[in-house]
Write a protein that binds this ligand. Structure first.
Ligand code: GLA
Length: 403
């Protein structure tokens, strides 16, 4: 998403929100997505080329690869499924998607759920038909197809509505944006079908402070991800401090997974997946499932790592300390357990020169019994223990009874 923004003041956001009448209470958002949504989305691999067949093949693979058994449930069509509206304003899918209802039925027949994409503006980011002026009609249409998840992407709404209707009035622009998200949240609610609402506006103006009250189950916290370590690490760094905003029913969304995409190394794929689990992030795979390599499947289906992400407490992890290029993150888990991730974020870490883990900084004292979630081995953690870890890799441990 490349639309520049000039909106910036959090105080302004809060003032605007306070003066805006909300009718999508927090409680309604919390009934869905009690743990971060898991599934797959078409954008990161197919982009605008996605077709009905790609969605069906991906649904097939989610079942065949064991991803479904591991917890992946949503099969989400991103941008570029839309065709034109007819004389009654009813939106039709384009030629790549001949029958949306049949597609939804197919996905449901696999025991999976299906998601779709739109935005409050006249056009989506890829230039397809948006929902402006047709919110209720579109929500009803999605419900009639059996849609279970909507990603609602700001895009052209900024330029076409916010800047046009309220030039030079940032507070009024923000109210327009709130109203647009609220409108769709209410329209979805009115259908009576539980539909997860994913707000996408690239983290502009601290959505974590207002998205839950607008009915968002998740909200993007940053601009778009891409399959390069520098981008993945930049996004990870931007999550610092956001942990207090996440919880059951409402999640920070550092964007969909790039695991298995581009030229990410195995270590980078593993570290990306581990850190998104530490963040209690939605786990939406975005790779080419029919051609997934076994080592990528092993990463995406690592049940121990998924259990960190899906932990019932819903507490997002946080960075506790860093030492040069190495960072130590922890996440509190249900039953008093704890996950510890030691991440070699930089480019010049070599396993022959270990990092020494300071357990006392994590509030831990004495030897701790844990499980290394990538080797599967039992480990004992001790004060200042050497951890051999290479660049862009992670050491992820679950401590059952931290002391
Ligand atoms: C924006 C979003 C992406 C994707 C594209 C589709 O850039 O941030 O995640 O949905 O639009 O056009």
């Amino acid at each position: 998403m490349r639309i520049p923004t000039s909106l910036s003041l959090v105080a302004l956001a809060l003032a605007s929100l306070a003066s805006f009448t909300l009718s999508a209470p927090l409680a309604s958002a919390q009934s869905a997505a009690q743990t971060p949504p898991m599934g797959w989305n078409s954008w990161n691999f197919f982009f605008a080329k996605v077709t009905d067949m790609d969605i069906r093949a991906s649904a097939d693979q989610i079942v065949a690869t064991g991803m479904k058994d591991a917890g992946y449930v949503y099969v989400n069509i991103d941008d570029a499924w839309q065709g034109k509206r007819d004389a009654d304003g009813v939106l039709h899918s384009n030629e790549k998607f001949p029958d949306m209802k049949a597609l939804a039925d197919y996905v449901h027949s696999k025991g999976l759920k299906i998601g779709i994409y739109s935005g409050p503006g006249p056009k989506t980011c890829a230039g397809y038909e948006g929902s402006l002026g047709h919110e209720e009609q579109d929500a009803k249409l999605y419900a009639s197809w059996g849609i279970d998840y909507l990603k609602y992407d700001l895009c052209s709404f900024h330029e076409a509505v916010m800047e046009k209707q309220a030039p030079n009035d940032k507070a009024a622009q923000m109210r327009l944006m709130f109203a647009a998200y609220d409108k769709m949240a209410k329209a979805l609610k009115a259908t009576g079908r539980p539909i997860v609402l994913s707000l996408c506006q690239y983290g502009w103006d601290a959505p974590w402070e207002w998205a839950p009250a607008l009915g968002g189950n998740l909200w993007r916290t940053t601009g778009d991800i891409n399959p390069h370590w520098d981008r993945i690490y930049a996004i990870l760094s931007q999550q610092e401090g956001l942990e207090k905003y996440a919880g059951p029913g409402h999640w920070n969304d550092p964007d969909m997974l790039e695991v298995g995409n581009g030229k990410l190394s195995l270590a980078e794929n593993r570290a990306h997946f581990s850190m998104w689990a530490m963040l209690a992030s939605p786990l939406l795979a975005g790779n080419d499932l029919p051609n997934m390599k076994p080592e990528i499947k092993a990463i995406l289906t690592n049940r121990d790592v998924i259990a960190i992400d899906q932990d019932a407490l819903g507490e997002q992890g946080a960075r506790v300390y860093s030492d040069g290029e190495v960072e130590v993150w922890t996440r509190h888990l249900s039953g008093g357990a704890m996950a510890v991730a030691v991440l070699a974020a930089g480019d010049s870490r070599y396993s022959t020169h270990p990092f020494h883990l300071d357990l006392s900084k994590l509030g831990l004292h004495g030897a701790q019994q844990g499980k290394d979630l990538w080797s599967g081995k039992t480990v004992t953690l001790t004060q200042n223990m050497p951890v051999e870890i290479e660049s862009h890799d992670v050491w992820l441990v679950r401590i059952g009874s931290p002391r």
